[in-house]
Design a protein around this ligand. Structure first.
Ligand code: HEC
Length: 196
């Protein structure tokens, strides 16, 4: 008797695909799959464009300068970083830079890297002697990419991108700094040739 009772249990466990009422319908329901056609929409595409003016939820309430690096009225690049530049911000920018930029532009930003040596078509330039670009320009290059360089908007949040800009500024400054720019108490260390 017990053996007989086990039969329906085993039958369910082995995944017999008899269509109980409603189950088949759940497995095979009409749905839109990426890149498939759809009879529902007039243009027969399953993938839809968001309506004009749609703002992604994660951008709600955020400053437009912060998101685009551009000034509202004339569309020019913003001149300064729209976040408070603290030591933490620069250091976090340094961590992102080492992960995402140093591979091509070098850890010092001077364009010296193995990838640069192997990139035959156009080498990643040195970032420490660039023309006098505004901060927003760097942000825009990171966000949109530039020529052969990929965009980093997928990898870095707007705040992280600005942090990278702050770090690039620090790298540039480090190449131009004079002894007088260093706090007096740190100068003797530098004169000895060691890190402060
Ligand atoms: C895969 C290699 C690669 C990576 C990674 C990379 N870049 Fe670039 N970058 C390039 C190349 C190559 C160019 C020159 C592109 C061209 O001229 O087509 C460039 C150009 C630039 C420029 C100069 C734009 C100009 O007007 O001359 C800036 C600024 C820059 N990169 C910043 C960054 C920053 C910041 C990161 C990290 C978020 C980064 N890059 C990551 C390869 C890279």
């Amino acid at each position: 008797m017990r053996c007989l009772l086990l039969i329906p249990v085993a039958w369910v466990l082995t995944g017999c695909s008899v269509d109980f009422q409603g189950w088949g319908g759940m497995k095979q329901q009409p749905k839109a799959l990426p890149y498939r056609e759809s009879a529902f929409f007039a243009d027969e595409r399953a993938m839809r464009q968001p309506p004009v003016g749609t703002v992604p939820r994660d951008r709600r309430g955020k400053d437009r300068f912060l998101l685009t690096g551009k000034d509202a009225p004339d569309g020019g690049y913003v001149d300064s970083i729209p976040l408070t530049v603290t030591r933490e911000l620069v250091e976090s920018g340094g961590r992102s830079f080492d992960i995402y930029c140093a591979t091509c532009h070098g850890v010092l930003g001077d364009g010296v890297s193995q990838v640069a040596k192997n990139m035959g078509l156009r080498e990643p330039p040195s970032l420490v002697d660039m023309p006098p670009y505004p901060d927003g320009y760097y942000y825009d290059v990171i966000t949109q990419g530039f020529g052969l360089m990929p965009a980093y908007a997928e990898k870095l949040t707007p705040e992280q991108r600005w942090a990278v800009v702050a770090y690039v500024r620090a790298l540039q400054e480090s190449q131009r700094a004079r002894l007088e720019d260093v706090p007096p108490e740190a100068r003797p260390q530098l004169e000895k040739g060691g890190p402060p």
